[in-house]
Write a protein that binds this ligand. Structure first.
Ligand code: P5A
Length: 445
């Protein structure tokens, strides 16, 4: 993408309404624009990151055997009357009436609708286990939307729902989600710690939240700091292997880690003092097992091998897709701007032309641009007629992990400069070597 032809409405000033760094940088980098409290347009740069995050979520869900579908944002109130949640959900639910006076709502979550789909089409235990998921906009009329996409009213969620014949099978689905979430967050460069939590309006008593530690997080968290060193890494997971999946969950949930809702002072006191930490975290996901809470009132049953008709055991599992942009920026930035991890960056590399209009420099930039694209890497090429300082400031603000700087002086010696955004380290090398290096970095992730 040539910056001269792109739409990147960067702000020079710090927007007054932004209280935390991720919100400030998302506005300044021209990623989002607020349209109403807690409701945002996704501008091109923000959309590119959102799509990258979605792609990782899809990839890891499907690796775990979960099946995508797409449910609508608007739902009939009658489904929620069946589960009993229509009245319980309260003021957070946006209620709408259509021209036929039918009660509708903008979905805050989809337990009822997925249960309706299941009961319409599934009869036998032979269809199980089954996990369906989608990535879809939700609306919750939060009383205090704030911090940009972090606590929006309209926000993008991945929500998945498992259907199993009995509790042990459903607990395996719960564990499978926990492990697939660990991998999902790691691919985004995040450490998200599963913490025992409270279930709220979703229900059930088995639930974990995934927290990214950050001073600006909305949840108070209590943890043994050895939990922050755990990594799934490259290990192979067989998602059908109940024992292996359960062992990973045990590894990640044995050390003390709880949100304030389930915090237990006595148990926390048993953590060696040097490891006992109190902090704040951003909730980037939550998983639930709630048994037959929806299947029973809504009649979602299967016939077992013994011929009995039983309500299915269910759970639901959510990732805050749009919130993740904020969480990643909170975890990865400096005083000049965002530092995207390679896994989610909007563009893999930026090209800065130090002397726009100089024939040799323009040609070298054009060649680098073309060869990166030929390798499937879309660079952001700053071909504007601007001072070098302004170009560097834009690149630093929008946070591309790598930058290739091209100028007449370097070219005379046959070199360009490859700079790492995170460390600021720069290396001179031939244009071909810079392209090869960037390609190798992205081939490895
Ligand atoms: C699980 C999936 C659920 O709704 N039902 C379907 C269950 N869980 S949850 O914890 O309430 O939400 C899942 C994740 O969505 C993100 N989230 C938000 N993101 C931005 N703005 C909000 N107002 C908001 N509310 C929830 C969180 O990351 C949460 O973990």
């Amino acid at each position: 993408m040539r910056l001269s032809r792109y739409f990147l409405p960067v702000l020079k000033e710090n927007p007054a309404e932004a209280q935390i760094v991720s919100h400030r940088y998302m506005l300044r980098a021209g990623m989002i624009k607020q349209q109403a409290a807690g409701i945002y347009s996704w501008l091109p740069l923000g959309l590119r990151v959102l799509r990258r995050i979605e792609a990782i979520v899809h990839d890891e869900q499907q690796r775990a055997g979960h099946i995508p579908l797409l449910m609508p944002t608007l739902q009939p109130a009658d489904l929620w009357r069946e589960s009993g949640r229509y009245d319980d959900y309260g003021a957070e639910m946006l209620r709408i009436r259509d021209r036929h006076e039918r009660d509708m709502l903008y979905g805050p979550t989809n337990e009822e609708m997925i249960t309706d789909i299941f009961r319409a089409h599934v009869e036998s235990y032979k269809a199980l286990p089954l996990t369906l998921y989608h990535i879809q906009w939700k609306f919750r009329d939060e009383i205090r939307p704030r911090f940009g996409v972090m606590r929006g009213r309209e926000f993008l969620m991945k929500d998945g729902y498992n259907f199993d014949v009995d509790k042990p099978a459903a607990l395996h689905a719960y564990n499978r989600h926990m492990v697939s979430y660990l991998r999902t967050y790691e691919r985004m460069g995040l450490t998200a710690i599963p913490m025992r939590a409270a279930s709220g309006p979703i229900g059930g008593d088995n639930t974990h939240e995934f927290l990214v530690l950050a001073a600006t997080g909305e949840s108070e968290v209590f943890y043994d700091d050895r939990v922050t060193a755990l990594r799934l890494g490259e290990r192979q997971i067989d998602y059908d292997d109940r024992a292996q999946v359960a062992a990973v969950c045990e590894e990640f949930t044995t050390l003390y880690a709880r949100t304030d809702e389930t915090h237990d002072e006595a148990a926390f006191a048993a953590v060696p003092q040097a490891h006992r930490k109190v902090g704040r975290g951003i909730e980037v996901g939550q998983i639930f097992y709630f048994g037959t809470k929806y299947s029973e009132p809504m009649g979602a049953t299967v016939v077992t091998p013994e011929g009995a008709r039983v309500p299915v055991h269910m759970g639901s599992h959510g990732i805050g897709v749009s919130r993740l942009l904020g969480a990643i920026i909170e975890a990865s930035h400096d005083e000049r701007g965002i530092i995207w991890p390679e896994g989610v960056t909007p563009f893999p590399v930026g090209i800065v032309n130090l002397k726009q209009g100089d024939a040799a420099t323009d040609a070298a930039c054009g060649a680098i641009y073309a060869s990166l694209r030929a390798k499937g890497l879309e660079p952001l090429y700053d071909d504007r007629d601007e001072r070098a300082g302004a170009k560097f400031a834009t690149m630093d603000l929008i946070g591309l992990p790598w930058r290739i700087t091209v100028g007449p002086r370097g070219l005379a010696a046959g070199t360009v400069e490859l700079t790492a955004r995170r460390t600021g380290e720069a290396e001179e090398m031939s244009p071909e070597a810079a392209v090869a290096r960037v390609a190798a970095i992205y081939a490895a992730i």
